[in-house]
Design a protein around this ligand. Structure first.
Ligand SMILES: *Cc1c(COP(=O)(O)O)cnc(C)c1O
Length: 431
């Protein structure tokens, strides 16, 4: 694969952008290569500036559930932009969006739009603290909730990939209010509540993780968290920035049958434009300014372009009663093919998949259900796998600790092509 133009573009970017990228997950550092600079994308395909074409399983790290440049989304953005791009005054689009979210996720009785997932989780935590009058928050090792100070402690995603799960620049004062428990380790959560129960404002969790790779919660684990929060009066925040509208119409909470107090959203609700949202119980949300005392604001919040793209995305999903079934079928086909390939090759690995999110963990563990299992992965094998995949025209997340995504634009032949190429690569890796 020729990548001269991307290399040149990256060297140029390095001079004026820290690390050459505006988000660390894009750097390809952990797989020992350079980022590909993108020219354009369409459906399931993405094209770099050297003219290489790939089947894309990154999907902008989650938002592109309809694939790239979906005609309805592009049309909505074009039409809206023609009437101005921001007013700093309310629009009907914002109410339409709030109503749509509420219909799809019934626990979200009231919702505030913001501009990123990070802003959503930061604001939800402030609200939980303001509402309960308590300071502490429990998060889980390997879970990522954006780059807010309170969450960059034992964090996942790029923080984990680059070996900095605890970032410098976070004050001791902030860090001391963040307690960490183990994902799928019920006892660790019970212990924290026993010790600090009356000081815990909130528990925040990726109900199905994506940011240390895909891991499903055990039933008893997630149920116990719900029970403990109710018992101790702590707010349960499901961070569904990735899983919202991804795993089901109603997100992971629908799939798991657990109702959180607050939900944070992002990615898919923006249809590829910058957006986030947090919402939930009306009595809690009413504590927000201007109806209550907890302050949070945003010049571009509820931006018309983002609302138009998001509404077009959600309506396209809603207009097809089989949307999630079709996605499930394709994703299952891919999982089956990958598992068969891995089995044939004898290379030890575990494929975790929930709906259209999946991760191939190169580990000799029998299953991956916790952070400690994730940490056993052979990241060198992963790096070789990813680079060979790119050579064959398949673009998967360039980090072992991330999720890959199937979109409605992926065709069955995309999936079969991917399985065939994986087979070829695994045969080479075995040698
Ligand atoms: C992506 C993500 C975030 C952060 O969202 P940004 O828009 O990148 O700030 C937060 N939580 C989860 C679960 C995410 O996947």
């Amino acid at each position: 694969m020729r990548t001269e133009k991307s290399i040149e573009a990256f060297n140029r970017a390095l001079k004026s952008i820290p690390g050459g990228v505006n988000s660390p997950a894009r750097a390809f550092k952990s797989v020992g290569s350079n980022p590909l600079f993108i020219e354009k994308a369409d459906g399931s395909a993405i094209y770099d500036i050297d003219g290489n074409e790939f089947i894309d399983y990154v999907g902008s790290w989650g938002p592109m559930i309809l694939g790239h440049a979906h005609p309805e989304v592009v049309k909505a953005v074009r039409e809206t932009a023609g009437s101005g791009t921001s007013y700093g005054a309310p629009t009907i689009l914002e109410t339409q969006m709030a109503e749509l979210i509420g219909e799809m996720i019934p626990s979200v009785e009231s919702v505030r739009m913001v501009n990123s997932g990070t802003e959503a989780t930061m604001s939800a935590l402030r609200l939980a603290r303001g509402f309960t009058g308590r300071d502490m928050v429990i998060k889980f090792e390997g879970c990522y909730h954006g780059h807010g100070d309170s969450f960059l402690i034992k964090a996942g995603s790029g923080a984990l990939t680059h070996g900095e799960p605890d970032s410098p620049g976070i004050t001791k004062g902030t860090a001391k209010d963040t307690l960490t428990a183990g994902f799928n380790d019920t006892g660790s959560v019970e212990n924290l509540f026993t010790m600090h129960g009356d000081k815990i404002a909130a528990v925040i969790i990726e109900p199905v993780t994506g940011n240390m790779g895909v891991i499903e919660p055990d039933r008893e684990f997630i149920q116990t968290i719900r029970t403990l929060c109710t018992w101790y009066g702590a707010i349960l925040i499901f961070d569904e920035v990735m899983t919202g509208f991804r795993l089901a119409k109603g997100g992971a909470q629908e799939l798991l049958g657990i109702t959180p107090d607050l939900t944070t959203l992002g990615k898919i609700i923006g249809g590829g434009l910058p957006v986030g949202a947090y919402g939930g119980r009306k009595d809690i949300m009413d504590s927000l300014s201007p109806s209550g005392p907890v302050y949070q604001a945003g010049t571009l919040s509820g931006n018309p372009l983002a609302m138009a793209a998001g509404i077009a995305t959600l309506q396209t999903i809603n207009s097809n009663g089989e949307f999630y079934n079709e996605l499930e079928k394709k994703s299952a086909l891919l999982e089956k093919g990958l598992c068969e390939n891995l089995h044939k090759s004898g290379i030890p690995a575990v494929v975790n998949r929930v709906g259209s999110m999946f991760t191939i963990f190169f580990t000799s563990e029998k299953k991956v259900s916790a952070y400690k299992d994730v940490m056993t992965c052979d990241t060198e094998m992963f790096a070789r796998f990813i680079n060979l995949l790119l050579d064959e025209g398949v673009y998967m997340a360039p980090s072992q600790f991330e999720a890959c995504f199937v979109s409605s634009a992926h065709s069955e032949s995309d999936i079969r092509y991917t399985i065939d190429k994986c087979q070829k690569i695994l045969d080479r890796l075995k040698e």
